[in-house]
Design a protein around this ligand. Structure first.
Ligand code: ATP
Length: 349
């Protein structure tokens, strides 16, 4: 595997703020790689350093084998797509797309040909003559994408490019973006704070917190085997079972997470399958969410677990808030062991 983008000990401090701290990443050629994390966790700063808009405090950046740390943005074979499109409102679409080639003095015919090709890639054939104001938000974002693709960069950096779109359009564009990436085979480095977006598009995801990477993994690994409590909570929803509850309810030391869809609400006293635990409690809240229903079950002793059930039209009795005793069925295989929490991650001086 050749790494297309490598960061070595990449660090950025803004005064007291450690925006990015000692980051080592290897992003493979042709990979759709996402950087996921809450606001302020350092994702954009990493992207800006790779693009060359921001100078690292420490560390190196490689594109392929070449160390580009000290090169200006225009000497790096990357392009950036931002959330706010950055397309010129007074130019029609085709001129917007051609722009980068004009700057590079590519001749007119070749420019047109490549611009048309880029528009076709983003499924905007025939839109070249329109002004940006005559396009929808999703179409404008595609023009921005075509503008970057026309330069045929080795790496495309995307900073929350779908952030300004409404939810439905955003979900549609996610699928399209993934398809476009597959078609063109360019390495995509994608910044988002939307975990569903990262899971649905990426080959691998780096989860950021406080300028550091908590885990780099495939979407399946991130969800099924989160490396820390933070990842378990940030990617999807999970129930946390703290040390005291684990000892009391599960009879084991350590801390755990368990996904709501791995739990079932069953009648009190229902028979137990092998490896399954029955935790008695009462349904305190029921939330209907369309495809699923969530029940909050307060266990004997105080802990509350969220249980998710698909609304598949089966014969199961409806979930209802009630003082009647029920049980939460939990298979031991569904428990995700969390690494010792804060003690282990805290640095020793
Ligand atoms: P968001 O999703 O909100 O864009 P992010 O994860 O991309 O967040 P960054 O924008 O990289 O986070 O910011 C990381 C930290 O660095 C934040 O605490 C931010 O306030 C700080 N920061 C970023 N740029 C600067 C700057 N130019 N000057 C000072 N502090 C900055």
């Amino acid at each position: 595997m050749t790494a297309e983008v490598t960061t070595q000990g990449l660090t950025k401090h803004f005064g007291e703020v450690h925006a990015v701290d000692d980051l080592d990443l290897e992003i493979a050629d042709g990979e759709f790689f996402s950087m996921l994390g809450p606001s302020g966790s350092g994702k954009t700063t990493v992207l800006r350093m790779v693009a060359g808009f921001e100078r690292p405090t420490k560390g190196r950046i490689l594109l392929g084998d070449a160390d580009v740390t000290d090169l200006p943005p225009y000497r790096r074979d990357v392009n950036t797509v931002f959330q706010d499109y950055a397309i010129f409102p007074h130019m029609d679409v085709i001129r917007n797309v051609e722009y980068g080639l004009r700057v590079k003095r590519v001749d007119r015919k070749e420019r047109r040909r490549r611009a048309e090709e880029a528009l076709a890639t983003v499924r905007l054939e025939g839109y070249g003559g329109r002004k940006p104001s005559q396009l929808s938000g999703g179409q404008r974002q595609r023009v921005a994408l075509a503008r970057a693709l026309v330069n045929r960069p080795k790496v495309l950096l995307l900073d929350e490019p779908l952030g300004a779109l409404d939810l439905k359009l955003r979900r549609e564009m996610q699928l399209e973006l993934k398809q476009i990436q597959r078609d063109v085979g360019i390495t995509f480095v994608f910044v988002t704070h939307d975990q569903e977006e990262a899971l649905s598009m990426s080959d691998r995801v780096a989860v950021f917190q406080d300028g550091r990477v908590e885990q780099v993994a495939t979407p399946v690994q991130l969800y099924e085997e989160p490396a820390s409590e933070f990842v378990a909570g940030f990617v999807g929803t999970s129930n946390r079972i703290g040390a005291a509850d684990a000892r009391r309810l599960l009879g084991t030391p350590g801390e755990y997470a368990v996904r709501p869809e791995r739990l079932r609400v069953v009648p009190a006293g229902a028979s137990v399958e092998r490896g399954e635990l029955m935790l008695p409690g009462r349904v305190r809240e029921v939330v209907y969410l369309g495809p699923t229903t969530h029940a909050m079950v307060e266990l004997d002793g105080g802990a509350t677990l969220t249980v998710s059930r698909p609304n598949a039209g089966g014969a199961e009795p409806p979930l209802e808030v009630s003082d009647r005793m029920v049980a939460v069925a939990l298979h031991r295989n569904s428990l995700i062991a969390l690494s010792g929490g804060t003690e282990e991650t805290e640095e020793t001086a």
